[in-house]
Design a protein around this ligand. Structure first.
Ligand code: ADP
Length: 334
C-alpha cells in the first residue's frame, strides 16, 4: 500500500519517548503500538508519557515493554491518555520538559497529535535540540503536507453510519435534515462525508453558504416531484450553534428541517483497517527517520508515499479544503 523509506542509520538511539496530545483520534493506539514495537525490536527503549505535554512537564512516564501494547491495535482512544496543556506554550516550561527528557536519558521524542501539538513539538526541538518527530493524529485531516491523518478515515465512516440511518427517516417522512459533523476551522470531514452520503448540500467554514440557492434547489426538487427529503452536511464551524442557526433560517423560509449533531461519537470507536495500516506505517517510518538523524519533521503521506514535512511548515501553513470535490458533490446529487 505505502512505500516505506529505507534510510542509512546515522544516529544511535538508546531511548525514546512517545506521547499523544490534543484531541484524541481513532488510530492513536495503533500508532503507539507501532512506535513501541518498531523501536524495541531495534534495541531502543521506549518511554510512554501519560497525558501528553501535561505528563511530559512533570516527568510522568514509564518504560513500555512490547507486551504493553498487545491488543490495542483495534481500540479507539489512546492508551497514553491525551490532554491540552496551556503551560507548554511557555518556553520556560518547555525548557523544563527538555531537562526531564535529558535526565531520563531520552534522545528522541515522538509526538502524535494535531497541528497544535505538532507546533509545540517544533518549538521544543528548536529550543532544546532534542530530536523530535511528529505524526499527524487528528480526525480533522487539516494538517499541511499530508494527504491523510490518523483517525480521519474512521471518523468519516462513523459519521456515515449515523447519516445513512438518518437518511432512512428523512426519506420516509420526506423531510430535510441538517447533520453537523466535526470541523471548527476545516471542512475536510464534511466534504468527504457529504460526498459519501450523497448530501444535497455541504456547508464548510472555508466557503460561503448560500441559503437562497438551497431553498431554490429544495423548491425545484418538489416541483419536479423528487420529494423534499434531503441531507445537508454542516461542518460545526468556529462558533457553536451554527447548525441550529441555519435550521432557524430555513424555518423562516417555510422549511421544517430536523437537526442532528453527531458530536464526539466521531472521535471514538474502533479504527478502520485503513487507519490502522496508516498509523503502523507512519510509526515505523518515524523510528526509521529518527535513526537516520532526522528531526523537526512530521512523517506523513503524499501520493501513497511516506513523506517528511518540516514541523515549521505544519505550524505555519494550512491545508485548504478541496473545492473541486465540493463542486463534484453538487454535480452528483442532482
Ligand atoms: P491539536 O494538537 O489536536 O491541534 P491543540 O491545538 O489543543 O490540539 O493543541 C494541543 C496542545 O499542544 C496544547 O494544549 C498545547 O499543550 C500544545 N500547543 C498547541 N499550540 C502550541 C504552541 N503554539 N506552542 C506550544 N505548544 C502548543
Amino acid at each position: 500500500m505505502y512505500q516505506l523509506p529505507q534510510l542509512e542509520h546515522t544516529r544511535t538511539l538508546n531511548a525514546i519517548a512517545v506521547l499523544t496530545s490534543g484531541g484524541d483520534s481513532p488510530g492513536m493506539n495503533p500508532a503507539i503500538r507501532g512506535i513501541v514495537r518498531a523501536a524495541i525490536n531495534q534495541g531502543i527503549k521506549v518511554f510512554g508519557v501519560n497525558r501528553g505535554y501535561s505528563g511530559l512537564i512533570i516527568g510522568d512516564m514509564v518504560e513500555l515493554a512490547a507486551s504493553d501494547v498487545t491488543n490495542i491495535i483495534q481500540r479507539g482512544g489512546t492508551l497514553l491518555k491525551s490532554d491540552r496543556c496551556d503551560a507548554f506554550r511557555d518556553p520556560v516550561v518547555r525548557n523544563q520538559a527538555a531537562e526531564i527528557l535529558r535526565k531520563n536519558g531520552i534522545d528522541g521524542l515522538v509526538v502524535i497529535g494535531g497541528d497544535g501539538s505538532l507546533s509545540g513539538a517544533h518549538l521544543l526541538t528548536q529550543e532544546s535540540g532534542i530530536p523530535v518527530v511528529g505524526l499527524p493524529g487528528t480526525i480533522d485531516n487539516d494538517i499541511y503536507g499530508t494527504d491523510d491523518t490518523i483517525g480521519f478515515d474512521t471518523a468519516v465512516n462513523t459519521a456515515l453510519e449515523g447519516i445513512d440511518k438518518i437518511r432512512d427517516t428523512a426519506v420516509s417522512h420526506e423531510r430535510l435534515f441538517l447533520v453537523e459533523v466535526m470541523g471548527r476551522n476545516s471542512g475536510h470531514i464534511a466534504t468527504q462525508v457529504g460526498i459519501a452520503c450523497g448530501a444535497e448540500m455541504i456547508v464548510v467554514p472555508e466557503t460561503e453558504f448560500k441559503l437562497e440557492a438551497l431553498c431554490f434547489s429544495l423548491a425545484n426538487n418538489r416541483h419536479e416531484g423528487k420529494g423534499s427529503s434531503g441531507i445537508i452536511v454542516v461542518a460545526e464551524g468556529p462558533r457553536p450553534g451554527l447548525t441550529y442557526r441555519l435550521a432557524q433560517q430555513l424555518e423562516e423560509q417555510g422549511e421544517s428541517p430536523g437537526v442532528c449533531i453527531l458530536g464526539h461519537i466521531q472521535r471514538g470507536g474502533t479504527p478502520t483497517g485503513r487507519d490502522r495500516v496508516l498509523a503502523s506505517c507512519l510509526a515505523t517510518s518515524a523510528i526509521e527517520y529518527l535513526k537516520a538523524g532526522y528531526s523537526d519533521i512530521m512523517v506523513g503521506i503524499s501520493e501513497s508515499r511516506i513523506c517528511t514535512v518540516p514541523l515549521r511548515d505544519v505550524m505555519e501553513r494550512t491545508k485548504p479544503v478541496n473545492e473541486q470535490l465540493l463542486d463534484m458533490a453538487m454535480l452528483l446529487h442532482k
